[in-house]
Design a protein around this ligand. Structure first.
Ligand code: HEM
Length: 507
């Protein structure tokens, strides 16, 4: 068999020690130059180095896709073979009981979950969640102005609260210390640890899975945690179900939508409860990561902030915060969002796919059970897609000469992944990012704090921090000041109305 090109490895371990645990997307990107052009039958790839790489991690074949063309050819055109996930024994099978949609293999349960969630999160249906998203944007803007030093917690709180309201019709969470936030963050941490390569021997020695729980601590603890998570998620789901049955649901939620006839695709209540929980796991870190990058980028590029605010003043004015009705008149806001997701995608190597059968591509052999990594970092810098200033943060990539969006329906980046497994929450994500970014820029001027000599402290981009699969911006602090006199009064009034109208204040 002739495998795609890639670095030569050592006997037995292959390339195991050549792939860094942090920022591995940069290593994959730099190998492009060395493990160059592929033999190809038809197209321009003949001139682009390293579109597809082969690595061997102690016997496990890894295929890295570095260009849009190869990712589309394999993950979209041959989706039936390339849409499974690698086996995650501890995280996927024991901690999540095989019911976490993100980690599930390409089987029956994933298919039914995907159909249900596409229905409840589609472009049209997701507009029913916009009132919740607008409310959360106002609460976030208010908090940022009133206690800016807590800015990261405010973003985390707002993102979590927004997802929980969308999924379960919960009222806004007003504190980052809320027990439900602690519970969900505990679960996310536990999952991150279990997914971290090398955490559990059973992942590379699956024979250990035969051990009974009393002999395997990892198994015992994972089963116990799964039972705890399940009872909490089932409880949250059944609260929505009861409220829907009694006609007490305040607004449309994801769970309530799935209870409509024809929407649940034969999923049991247990499976629906886990599907709803999967949304939190998929949406929380990705969305909050983008919002933390946003705050940093606004001090790194103050001219972009000013330009966006000029457009907001023209379109929205100063007597009310932006709404979704303004969305199509604010192309520059969208261009900033698209460019954030292109330049610093929250998940630079996406979620790995896996093949279900042997395959050939351009004469190269891709074995069954290969782990396939769409290297979004590289694909978002594909010279066949972006003409110039590829390494710069440049919102104009997405605008035509008149300042309009080049193609409103095209994402303009690949941060949401490819094919059958692409992000099912992307419309919700785009809406949250739009209304948060627009409301923050409408309300406040974001500036770096100053040192004792009055010099602004703007950390260099080189100080960005990588912790596993996410890339975080440098640590930084800001001042957020109201842009005009009426802001405080408008935000205060809107906040009072929101908190008054929710069940939270009535309890
Ligand atoms: C900026 C925000 C977000 C980004 C960049 C993002 C990105 C991604 C990526 C890269 C994948 C994997 C795609 C693949 O395997 O090819 C994914 C999957 C997924 N995302 Fe998102 N996501 C975001 C927000 C959200 C939100 C808010 C939700 C829920 C409301 C969500 C729900 C999901 C789910 C359920 C999956 C698994 C899909 C499957 O395996 O079939 N995501 N997302």
């Amino acid at each position: 068999h002739r495998y795609p090109p890639g670095p030569k490895g050592l006997p037995l371990v292959g390339n195991l020690f050549q792939v860094p645990l942090k920022k591995n997307w940069e290593q994959f990107d730099s190998w492009k130059k060395d493990y160059g052009k592929i033999r190809c039958s038809s197209y321009v790839h003949c001139n682009i180095p390293g579109p597809i790489l082969y690595l061997n991690l102690a016997g496990q074949p890894i295929i890295v896709l570095n260009t849009k063309k190869v990712a589309v050819d394999l993950l979209e055109r041959r989706a039936t073979n390339y849409s499974s996930r690698p086996r995650f024994i501890v995280a996927g099978e024991y901690l999540n009981g095989g019911c976490n949609m993100i980690l599930a293999g390409y089987g029956d349960i994933w298919r039914r979950m995907r159909r249900s969630s596409e229905y409840a999160l589609g472009l049209k249906t997701s507009s029913q969640y916009q009132p919740t998203q607008s409310d959360e944007a106002v609460l976030l803007a208010y908090d940022l102005i009133h206690s800016t030093d807590q800015w990261e917690n405010h973003i985390f709180r707002a993102v979590i609260s927004s997802i929980l309201s969308i999924v379960y019709d919960l009222p806004p969470l007003t504190s980052f210390e809320d027990p439900i936030i602690k519970f969900l963050l505990g679960l996310t941490r536990r999952l991150d640890e279990a997914l971290y390569p090398g955490s559990f021997a059973v992942e590379f020695l699956p024979i250990l899975d035969w051990l009974p729980p009393w002999l395997a601590k990892w198994k015992r603890e994972a089963i116990k945690d799964y039972q705890n998570y399940t009872s909490k998620f089932e409880q949250m789901f059944s609260n929505v179900k009861d409220a829907s049955v009694k006609g007490e649901a305040e607004q449309s939620s994801f769970c309530a939508t799935l209870l409509k006839p024809g929407a649940r695709h034969s999923l049991s209540d247990h499976e629906l409860a886990w599907l709803a929980a999967s949304l939190f796991m998929a949406g929380y870190e990705t969305s909050s990561n983008t919002m933390t990058w946003f705050m940093y980028l606004m001090i790194l590029f103050p001219e972009i902030q000013t330009k966006a605010q000029e457009q907001l003043d023209q379109v929205v004015g100063r007597s009310r915060p932006p709404t979704f009705a303004d969305a199509k008149h604010l192309p520059y806001i969208w261009a900033i969002i698209k460019e954030m997701l292109r330049w610093r995608p929250p998940a630079p190597i996406s979620v790995p796919h896996a093949t279900v059968a042997d395959d050939y591509y351009e004469g190269y052999f891709i074995p069954k059970n290969s782990i396939v990594i769409p290297n979004i970092w590289s694909i978002n810098r594909d010279p066949e897609v972006y003409e110039n200033r590829i390494e710069d943060f440049y919102p104009e990539h997405h605008l035509d000469s008149e300042g309009k969006l080049k193609d409103a329906l095209d994402e303009g980046h690949f941060a949401f992944g490819f094919g059958h497994r692409s992000c099912v929450g992307r419309h919700v994500a785009n809406n949250t990012l739009f209304v948060d970014v627009a409301t923050i820029l409408w309300a406040m001027k974001i500036e770096p704090v100053k040192d004792e000599h009055g010099k602004p402290i703007v950390p260099s981009i080189d100080e960005e921090r990588s912790g596993g699969i996410l890339l975080n911006p440098p640590k930084c602090q800001f001042t957020c000041t109201s842009r005009f006199e009426e802001v405080d009064m408008i935000l205060q009034q809107a906040r009072d109305d929101i908190l008054k109208s929710t069940r939270y204040s009535q309890e």
